[in-house]
Design a binder for this molecule. Sequence first.
Ligand code: 5AD
Ligand code: FES
Length: 354
Amino acid sequence: MPETITEIREIPAIKTDSEILHFITTEDPHEAEGLFAAARKVRSEHYRNEVYFRGLVEFTNYCKNDCYYCGLRRSNAGVGRYRLSLDEILRSCQIGDTLGFKTFVLQGGEDPYFPDDRVVEILRAIRGAYPDHAITLSIGERPRESYEAFFKAGANRYLLRHESACEEHYAMMHPASMSLAARKGCLYTLNSIGYQVGAGFMVGTPFQKPEHLLEDLRFLRDLQPHMIGIGPFIPQADTPFRNYPAGALEQTLRMVALARLLLPKALIPATTALGTISPVGRERGLMAGANVVMPNLSPKEVRKLYALYDNKICTGDEAAECRYCMEGRIRNFGFVPNMGRGDAAGWTASGLSS
Ligand code: 5AD
Ligand code: FES
């Protein structure tokens, strides 16, 4: 644990591939703590000690894809499927608004039940009720026209993790119907439409090598996303990857810190997956440079069914419990909640100003 480390090694600027690779792989706790301290410093220059809150609404767990790591994959007959109605989605947003959230994140599998017009209907309804809130969509790959229609209907941000920026590794985690090229294409399209865009990846997925993680960071540096989601891979019992070990906490934290150092203004969540592999995983994520948390607003009855991986936390808690639990946790580590919209630093409607 960091408290027991007396000597924090100051780290120089990390720029070259070999410097990055060194920190991806180092097992030296002093070096790692130096990396985390550097990431905290950079984060605080742009965001002080504030942590942004986003309200997550997981509105469908149907998915037409068959990713080898994900518990929502279509071949998994072991998960009970659900969809929230428009009213249920609006009710979740209303609860979130009452709790002070100014960002709603609508996340779901790639569910054909929600063609563009249904998504547009949902977006218009939320936008009508909450003109000043940020709306984040996370519903996978769609054509440019769909993304444009969603943007027009009120979506401001879009999360789409690239999962692995290395072609070969991507192909080992996904069926042949999916491609890294398509994924990257979507991300650049979203950027060009004017969304604040989130990319990201898992740490410790089967077959992943340090060079793949380097490639992930290089891709982020090229894409310059506004948001970066990084969490450990966690096996799910009904998937082809069930027998592989989970990603390591320490390496995940180092990847968070490296992402912060390479993209200083990014909004980086301390992910639920981090909180799942360690009781203080999210707090340590914040200590490694993350600055966002995403408490769950989905109705309690469906929480357990959004089973991306096993033992997911926060599945038995009401929205309010999660909201205040999270606030207490971050305050314990010296952070302060920011319930504002929390757009990326320097963000203007037409793009990043600096
Ligand atoms: N372990 C950790 N994260 C996972 N995700 C999907 N399956 C798993 C898993 N088994 C992540 C993916 C996806 C996000 C919504 O959840 O990176 O983009
Ligand atoms: Fe969800 Fe603590 S953050 S219960």
